[in-house]
Ligand binder design. Structure first.
Ligand code: E4P
Length: 225
């Protein structure tokens, strides 16, 4: 039985594209945004500028922005700088030794964290013990290797529930709607995905053919509103 607090699966958009964020936010379907260094580089805009525009587009949403250093002191400096930009910012920290220490430091300061590049339950356990707010468990990159990315997600959700950790399991590297369905079945707290994947969740061939039929019948009858 689930013991951790969860109301509904949250959807985050995984992007550095402000136009996509605005579109999804206007639809009222996103609870936050995740970025990573690759996505920020792809946006062609500055890091701070992009992250602040995203915060503004999703009022109250959790916006993940990642540190890029790999030694503790510089990671801490970057984390404090990034988190000072906006109260909605969640500092994204890679799952490396200084990263685990950084998560504990930030957690003690009341700064939200998202531990990224997590692939195993043992990594997730350490992130949870260090006080991570979110644990980003990557699935698509594991599927790419011919393994079952969702296995670690299911086991991590069980682990969080069994031991009553406060961390939320965030399914990352989501590539298609089946990953979203499996995230829901696993009882994950959050799934983050690119806009292309989120748009696929809207589509169903029966919706399209059903609508075409409704409109044909309406128009054939010469009706108006
Ligand atoms: C999550 O926070 C990551 O930015 C993202 O999900 C990585 O996805 P990818 O494996 O498709 O690059």
């Amino acid at each position: 039985m689930r013991t951790s607090k969860i109301i509904s699966v949250k959807l985050f958009l995984d992007t550095g594209d402000i136009a996509e964020v605005k579109l999804a936010a206007e639809m009222g379907i996103i609870d936050g945004v995740t970025t990573n260094p690759t996505l920020i580089a792809k946006s062609g805009k500055g890091f701070k500028e992009t992250v602040l525009a995203i915060c503004e587009a999703v009022p109250g949403g959790a916006i993940s922005a990642e540190v890029v250093a790999t030694d503790y002191d510089t990671m801490l400096k970057e984390a404090l700088e990034i988190s000072s930009w906006h109260e909605q910012i969640v500092v994204k920290v890679p799952m490396i030794e200084p990263g685990v220490r950084l998560v504990r430091t930030l957690s003690d300061k009341g700064i939200d964290t998202n531990v990224t590049l997590v692939f195993s339950v043992s990594q997730a356990l350490l992130a949870a013990k260090a006080g991570a707010t979110y644990i980003s468990n990557f699935v698509g990159r594991v599927d790419d290797l011919g393994a079952e990315g969702m296995d670690a997600v299911r086991d991590t959700v069980d682990m969080i529930d069994t031991y009553g950790f406060d961390s939320q399991v965030l399914v990352a590297s989501v590539r298609h709607p089946l990953h979203v369905l499996e995230s829901i079945r696993a009882g994950a707290h959050v799934a983050t995905m690119p806009w292309g994947t989120m748009k696929m969740l809207i589509k169903h061939p029966m919706t399209d053919s059903g609508l075409a039929r409704f409109l044909d019948d309406w128009n054939s009858a010469g009706l108006t509103i």
